[in-house]
Design a protein around this ligand. Sequence first.
Ligand code: IVH
Length: 689
Amino acid sequence: MADRSSEVRPSKEVVDRVRELRALVEYHDERYFVFDEPEVADAEFDALVRELRELEARHPSLVTADSPTQRPGGRPASTFAPVVHRMPMLSLDNAFSRDELLAWGTRIQRLITEPICFVAEPKLDGLAISLQYEDGRFTVGATRGDGVTGEDVTENLRTIKAVPQKLKGKAKDLPALLEVRGEIFMPLAAFEALNRRQGEAGERLFTNARNAAAGSLRQKDPSVTATRDLALYTYQLGAKEGGPRLRTHQETLAWLTALGFPVNPHIAPFDDLDAVFAFCEQTETNRHSLGYDIDGVVVKVDDLGQRAEMGTTSRAPRWAIAYKFPPEEKSTLLRDIMVSIGRTGRATPFAVLEPVFVGGANVGMATLHNEDDVARKDVRPGDTVIVRRAGDVIPEVVGPVLAKRPPKTKPWKFPKKCPECGQPLVRVEGEANHHCVNVDCPAQRVQRLVHWAGRGAMDIEGLGEERVRQFVEAGLLEDAADVYALTVDRLVPLERIGERSAQLLVDAIEASKRQPLWRVLVGHGINHVGPTAAQALARAFADLDAIMGASEEQLTAVDGVGPTIAQSIARWFSIDRNQRLVQRLHAAGVNLEGDRGPQREAVDASFAGLTFVLTGSLQHRTRDETADEIGARGGKVTSSVSKKTSYVVVGESPGSKFAKAEELGVTILDEQGFESLLESGQPTLNDQV
Ligand code: IVH
């Protein structure tokens, strides 16, 4: 019993806060367990419980029997018949750091004399269930519910292949009664496939695999559950009458395996908590290659006798702790939805967020791809939204928290006018994207120049987006030819540009005049013309004039140039302003001579030996262009993911290759990651879109 005599009398603020926290915890428990529709990310919920527990620890007089800290979990839903668990299904206490993990070790070591051995295993982000077997036959299956009473989901569980209907082994060796506990979860590949089907059928999408698993198991009609590819790992026994005497957790898991239950293979024993912590860190690093969601590592005492000595509180066992990873999903305010304009005029909506730290990075923006993506998610400025950032994957807005939607919001509408130049944004029928129709749009101009100066094209060191923007705003640049009219005298008056940096930039510009023709071609940003096609053209024609004057047939005759590329080139050069640009580049002294010979030595081989798989569509380049860029660096593009794949480049609406890559632990790159690989040979993980 807590010593109340020494307790400092709680202030009114503390009393009020404790009351509020209890109400909040109960409310969110219900959203999670009863409605399968959590409003806050797990980590936020954990923080509430933690604060409540801390306040109660400081002020034991405030602890009440019905405080959520004294109960194992949330409440059961009422649609299924109640099942009272033979032994309560408890919760787990959490550790959020190495120190907290070690402190737990010290606490439990005080309770017993012999040294403790530990077993650590992934903490599955699914839903806990209890499976009861009588004389080897599956009789009752229940959800955890509030830990005391769960829901009878026997018929639904019968449809899941991983749930044994009959135990393996000789009848005489089987226990008369056995209750096995474990976690039902949905592998990520199944989750993505399910959401694709839901989307196609116009049904609501599940926010994550856990909700999908819960929603699938708690179906009134078991034949629906049967279509849902649920999986199971077992990790614990409940009631047991008969069967072998088990002394350790490891023996228990081995026995469960022998009886036909799936047991997670990523389970390992350890002698000390430093080694356990190393396992936690390693598991966190590899979490995206597992193919299912986990949110931490459960650390357990191996010896069942020691467990009995340590005992449990009303809420959780003392002999286990959940080491929790930092969250990959958080809710935050969607301040606004804005549109950015790319080089080709493509208008891409993006979310402006109240910055949140999620998945190990600060996220203040996230792409929303296109009009249909926003409509499908129905996110509106002012909404609280769930933001997800997992591993290397680009941050995304998962969806709105409807219960927190402010009144009178309206669905977001795609702007009719370009935010940069005010000209119309149009969406051609049958296409997903809007485009700004104005080729003189300053945003397009900036992006075209950035592309011209970029590593893949003229490679002008020091002429990045920030400077291009500055020069365009100062009226120094409109198109690529203007780059060659920049001089030290014209640059020095600008802000943040000293004599030396101006000179370096002018030198770099001067040097770029000698770049091979194929880089000039790539720099023009002609649709479908990547380095491979550009190199083929530079080899086949005497100079740019010859390419400009070639017919589509002559262009198609070049190896590696098909009708699509030919048409695109012919169209680009038929435009007056482009012809004038070429003349001005020529006058400025930019090399426009073809190379009439293998240009390969000018091409880097930085991707030699690397294989790439592409999935989903990228914003700034087509699949062919991407493949060209990889090929130009000596890399290979293949169609299926294997352990040998070096990188999987993931764009919008990726297919099953994405999940496969995660499963195999292949490095996944978003478009920016790919971009930096192109530029520096190093993929970077981006904080923001
Ligand atoms: S052991 C007394 N092992 O975590 C509870 N639980 O936060 C012993 N969970 O309700 C549970 N993976 O649903 C255990 N490998 C694992 C687990 C695991 C996930 C869940 C379980 C439990 C919750 C507690």
